[in-house]
Design a protein. Structure first.
Lengths: 477, 204
């Protein structure tokens, strides 16, 4: 009997079912578990209290990122500089102690391999196509960029995975985001995903796993694919997927934890089968024409509040839904914007280039290309570039990108989550604006009262030069 | 985990849509290594506003929260559920929830009740002056005014919530089938076992 055509999601799901229950839920095996300092201490504590162990320490990798200051970590003598905030220090120490006591590989804050979990996973070859990957962080969706079914979990689920290497899950619905055509010059993967979120909405993907399909994604680098999948959660979807292909295999080959020898050949043969079958159907389909995507920025306090850079701040009355009208009004009050104002007239005082969305080498190159030989505007008070990992940092320095940033008046930092989430010292002051390459423009996300405009690295670099939101295409003419 | 059966009391008529977990508990509160004491930081940005519903003495210790669509979107932080628990909230009623938040709530014994917007509007009205009762056994939300709304709940979740079961303990009992799976996976996908990390981990 010929089997029913399957989507990529269904193939990965089926390969990981340990057992199915009568109520339709299934125990799903987790191939890779990334652990960081913020969402793990209570999980380790619970294991310890119950006398439980980590079932598969070999499938678990711990690295600090969220809390870690991005200022130098070693003094001139090579000694560790203590972390000023006692709570942050305690949380980091907890991970540093928990990892070895449960037999888990730990990447130290001072190691070259340290970085944001979602940058480290693919970079180390820990995140592989067709695997199930979880982490106590909603941006785990990023790893879908290498064709992994990857999603964020809460701390109780972190504990469940540590103890059992499985999760009890209900099969998700599937959503196809089908993009036709090609992106225009100066339009990046970040612009595309912001545009997609604007169309799908922040709840549009709830209960679904998204598969991004179309030539645009086939032509994208793995770095760009990670950016797209990373923000699936901003469309409500717990996971996003892009089918693995030759680009993926080339990216992963010879990474420190990638399979080698005979296992590599076997893996590639299997990975090559990981694509949605012709005739497979999705529960929801969203069609996007790439030609419609412009360099995009956010105007409000939800990632769905997007507008092309050439556009203006919308009027709350332009929304059909009355609740969206009042939400828009609140957003505008918080953001200090007036309906009808041109986006390119909005001044910014802060620039943040970094985060798990946009801190890989390709992102830094894109920003450096714009900033080369230029200087940041006077009204830009604080501008930082935070590489996604120590290895990205090294590579950027070998290419001289750090000098370009420093010469332009930007700070060159140590790797970490930084100003994406306002829990480490990198924060945007109240009432000030930030042109940010991160993923969330929520109220208070970058610090209490901070006003965030999301955009691509090239657009953030352009804003640094002009001191206001700017169409990067105007600068490269 | 405390079993959830029937919860009766005042319901906070919050009603906001797309409430993200950064609003429920800002990141500055995530530096804790314990699950307790987060109620103090719950809804901090909203509490900074005068006349907010959370600081209204009328709703002090209210066990039910009523919200709008897509409650708990954004970050996966389970601290959002812990903050609600620490406030005394045992039930959240909204038209819809983010997937991750709903899972986190369940794992902490918080019942998430999805009802149509129209019924939410009615409950918001009742909550202004009167208590609301949520009963897990009968899957109903009732008011002193004969309102009776039924809700869906996953049977497994219902069972765990009403018995206060520990999911990790339940899964550990499935050790044999997990081991079977691991052996199958080792044969079919030998590249997945991460020997390199294992040996490094043990050496640490």
């Amino acid at each position: 009997m010929a089997s029913r055509p399957l989507t990529l999601y269904e193939k990965i799901w089926n390969a990981h079912v340990v057992e199915t229950r009568d109520d339709g839920t299934a125990l799903i095996f987790i191939d890779r578990h990334l652990v960081h300092e913020v969402t793990s201490p209570q999980a380790f504590e619970a294991l310890r209290l119950a006398g439980r162990t980590v079932r598969r320490p070999d499938l678990t990798l711990a690295v600090p990122d969220h809390n870690l200051p991005t200022t130098p970590r070693l003094d001139a003598a090579g000694k560790k500089i203590p972390i000023a905030d006692p709570q942050s220090a305690a949380q980091l120490e907890a991970l540093e102690a928990n990892a070895p006591s449960f037999g888990i590989r730990y990447i130290d804050a001072t190691a070259a391999e340290q970085g944001i979990v979602h940058v480290v996973g693919p970079e180390q070859g820990f995140s592989l196509p067709g695997t199930t990957i979880v982490c106590g962080d909603s941006h785990t969706a990023a790893h879908g960029g290498v064709g992994a079914l990857a999603f964020g979990v809460g701390t109780s689920e972190v504990e469940h995975v540590l103890a059992t290497q499985t999760l009890l899950l209900k099969r998700s619905k599937t959503m196809e985001v089908a993009v036709t055509g090609e992106l225009g010059p100066g339009v990046t993967s970040k612009d595309l995903i912001l545009h997609i979120i604007g169309i799908v909405g922040t709840a549009g993907g709830t209960g679904h796993v998204i598969e991004y399909r179309g030539d645009v994604f086939k032509k994208m680098s793995v770095e760009s694919r990670l950016t797209v999948c990373n923000m699936s959660i901003e469309a409500g979807a717990r996971a996003g997927l892009i089918a693995p292909d030759e680009t993926t295999f080339a990216y992963l080959k010879n990474r420190p934890l990638s399979p080698t020898g005979d296992n590599w050949d076997k893996a590639v043969a299997y990975w090559s089968s990981l694509k949605t079958d012709p005739g497979a159907t999705f529960d929801k389909v969203v069609q996007i024409d790439a030609a419609d995507v412009e360099p995009t920025v956010t105007w409000g306090t939800s990632p769905e509040d997007v507008v092309p850079i050439g556009g203006s701040v919308p009027s709350p009355s332009s929304f059909a839904d009355p609740s969206k009208q009042s939400a828009a009004q609140k957003s505008l009050d918080y953001m200090g914007l007036t309906p009808g104002q041109n986006m390119t007239d909005v001044d910014v005082q802060n620039i943040f280039i970094g985060s798990c969305t946009n801190s890989r080498i390709e992102d830094l190159r894109a920003a450096a290309d714009i900033l080369r030989g230029k200087r940041k505007a006077e009204n830009v008070k604080w501008a930082i570039v935070v590489p996604g990992s120590g290895l990205v940092k090294q590579m950027a320095e070998e290419e001289g990108l750090d000098k370009i940033f420093i010469d332009a008046g930007l700070e060159w930092r140590e790797p970490g989550c930084s100003a994406c989430l306002g829990m480490n010292p990198d924060k945007v002051p109240p009432g000030e604006r930030c042109a940010s390459t991160s993923n969330r423009n929520f109220v208070g996300r970058q610090g209490p009262g901070a006003r965030t405009h999301l955009m691509s690295p090239a657009m953030a670099a352009a804003a640094a030069i002009t001191g206001k939101l700017t169409d990067v295409r105007e600068l490269v003419k | 985990m405390e079993p959830v059966t029937s919860v009766e009391g005042r319901a906070i008529p919050f009603g906001a849509k797309n409430v993200d977990t950064d609003v429920i508990i800002p990141a500055a509160w995530l530096k804790t290594i314990s699950r307790e004491g987060l109620g103090e930081g719950a809804f901090e940005t909203i509490r900074a506003q005068d006349g907010n519903v959370f600081d209204d003495p009328e709703y002090a210790g209210a066990p039910i929260l009523i919200a709008g669509d897509n409650f708990g979107c954004g970050s996966s932080r389970e601290h959002a559920a812990w903050a609600l628990l620490d406030m005394g909230v045992k039930v959240v009623i909204a038209p819809s929830f983010s997937d991750i938040f709903a899972g986190n709530a369940f794992k902490n014994g918080i019942l998430t009740v999805a009802l149509p917007q129209k019924q939410i509007d009615r409950l918001m009205e009742v909550a202004e002056s009167d208590p609301v009762t949520v009963d897990l056994e009968t899957q109903t939300v009732t008011t002193p005014f004969q309102d009776r709304f039924t809700f869906e709940v996953d049977p497994f979740r219902k069972h765990c919530l009403s018995e206060g079961l520990d999911e990790v303990g339940l899964t550990l009992e499935r050790d044999a089938v997990i081991t079977d799976y691991e052996q199958r996976a080792q044969a079919d996908m030998p590249w997945l076992a991460n020997k390199k990390t294992q040996s490094e981990g043990k050496a640490a």
